[in-house]
Design a binder for this molecule. Structure first.
Ligand code: AHR
Length: 495
């Protein structure tokens, strides 16, 4: 049935941009993310560029992926970057202690990653080893990738075949320091952060450095409070936050074979991002009222049980319309919080957690999540148009959640984009916008929708779920009315 109509107020404003880095990604040395994912090796039969699959490069370019975080995750605090440079045959191995205990040959290292980012036109975001590394190792890494003169590390880079520095701006000072990064207290980490940040030099590089402190786990507000209070603000540009969507942490359930109760719980954790971002931002406002330090949601996405018969440490999962809902609502939340949220990185790019692509040998498929990110890429660097409305409720067994999620933007050609999501599993929802203040003739629109929430793309039917043209809207005299089908994502573009 059709529930009551929702009226959305939409504001025109001219200053706040949606940072393109909100559409960022994250690729860890985890399972089949790097090895047998992005990187198949130079000798592979699968068409590749320096060992990276061409089909994936193509797909990621099409997403206009703005930034890519690497090499972890938990892996980052075990990684010694020097093991991944120089002739491949001389590189030592590393056992991936967090993810399946597999031995990696370090054939994918700093050069491979930074060259890949260049190829993709994406900013690299390097997460450094604080948990088991040293200040010198970290400082040397920065010198290796960013120093353009004569220096021990710049010389070594040149010996390894790269003349010009890469100019890496974004640096993570450890990852999940409250957990796999070293089980630290925030007070201890804040001191350690100060020490490491002191020795981070941007060299002669014009880009400067953007230093990101390992942030809170979900609602650990004390963590954010201590970092904001104890780290001198001239040493820090970003504070991170990690939050995943799931049914229950200890009982995640199957990625495909889930029921409505499990869907509802997953939506509950996904929508919690609104509260998390609001409350962490409020703490940041208190210590940094001018908003110089930014909130970086550098891990988010859906997390389920691994697919049957796959390595439990590899976190391989399918991706359904449920994931499309997580992506749609999360990206709307980040857009709407553009004042403080300047970057977000979906976990993870390929074959791990909420991936945008899955591979099987030479085959590759793009997930519903990919298509949502593709539809939403129009928001990158556009002006945010703040929206306000009372959402209809999606009710299940006496509990309810806001069913409709919306964000809107205006790009540099004055084209308006509206992204709207209806997470209700059964009800369509009608949404109305007063756009009389804008100069719009009409709209084009696309929708991502499917018959069942559990629907997904397979290697046999890789295009079961793809964006389609959407016509179920009316635009008359500045008034836009859309009917959103159950569990759908719609993006409208003004003409
Ligand atoms: O993305 C998988 C893992 O989740 C990351 O390695 C870690 O940072 C987080 O706990």
């Amino acid at each position: 049935g059709l529930s009551a109509q929702t009226k959305v107020d939409i504001e025109d404003q001219d200053s706040l941009l949606i940072n393109r880095n909100i559409y960022g990604h994250f690729a860890e040395h985890l399972g089949r993310s790097i090895y047998d994912g992005l990187y198949v090796g130079e000798a592979s039969d699968i068409p590749n560029t320096d060992g990276v699959r061409n089909d994936l490069i193509e797909a990621l370019k099409n997403l206009q992926i703005p930034i890519l975080r690497w090499p972890g995750g938990c892996f980052a605090d075990t990684y010694h970057w020097m093991d991944g440079i120089g002739p491949k045959e001389d590189r030592p191995t590393i056992v991936n202690q967090w993810w399946g205990g597999v031995t990696e040959d370090n054939s994918f290292g700093t050069h491979n990653f930074l060259n890949l980012c260049e190829e993709l036109g994406a900013e690299p975001y390097l997460a450094a080893n604080i948990g088991s590394g040293t200040v010198k190792e970290f400082a040397d890494w920065i010198q290796y990738v960013n120093h353009d003169g004569t220096s021990p590390m710049a010389d070594l880079r040149k010996e390894n075949g790269r003349e010009k520095s890469w100019g890496v701006k974004y640096w993570g000072v450890g990852n999940e320091m409250w957990g796999c990064g070293g089980n630290m207290t925030p007070e201890y980490y804040a001191n350690l952060y100060r020490q490491y940040a002191t020795f981070m030099t941007s060299w002669d590089n014009e880009t400067g450095l953007y230093r990101i402190a390992s942030g809170a786990n979900v609602d650990d507000y004390h963590w954010t409070e201590v970092l904001m209070r104890d780290v001198p603000h001239n040493l820090i540009e970003g504070v991170a936050l990690h939050s995943y969507s799931f049914v229950e942490w200890g009982n995640k359930g199957d990625a495909v074979d889930f029921n409505e109760a499990q869907y509802f719980s997953t939506m509950h954790t996904a929508l919690r991002m609104e509260e998390l971002v609001t409350k962490h931002s409020a703490i940041m406002d208190k210590y940094d009222p001018k908003g110089n330090i930014e909130l970086i949601v550098d891990e988010w996405g859906g997390w389920y049980d691994v697919q049957e018969d796959t390595n439990p440490g590899f976190l391989y999962q399918q991706n359904t319309m449920r994931d499309a809902m997580i992506a749609g609502v999360s990206l709307n939340i980040f857009n709407n919080h553009s004042k403080r949220v300047k970057m977000a990185n979906l976990a993870q790019t390929v074959n791990v957690l909420q991936a945008v692509a899955l591979t099987d040998g030479a085959k590759m498929l793009l997930t519903p999540t990919y298509h949502v990110m593709e539809m939403y890429k129009v928001h990158q660097d556009a002006k945010l148009l703040p929206v306000s409305f009372d959402s209809p409720q999606y009710s299940y067994e006496g509990e309810s959640l806001p069913a409709v999620s919306v964000s809107a933007s205006k790009d540099d050609k004055n084209v308006i984009h509206i992204s709207a999501v209806n997470i209700d599993s059964e009800k369509e929802n009608e949404v109305e916008f007063d756009l009389s203040g804008f100069d719009i003739d009409d709209f084009d629109a696309e929708i991502l929708v499917s018959d069942k929430l559990q629907d997904h793309n397979t290697f046999d039917i890789p295009e079961k779920i793809i964006p389609k043209q959407f016509k179920d809207f009316k635009f008359k005299r500045g008034n836009l009315k859309i009917t959103l089908p159950p569990f759908s994502v719609v993006v409208l573009e003004s003409k």
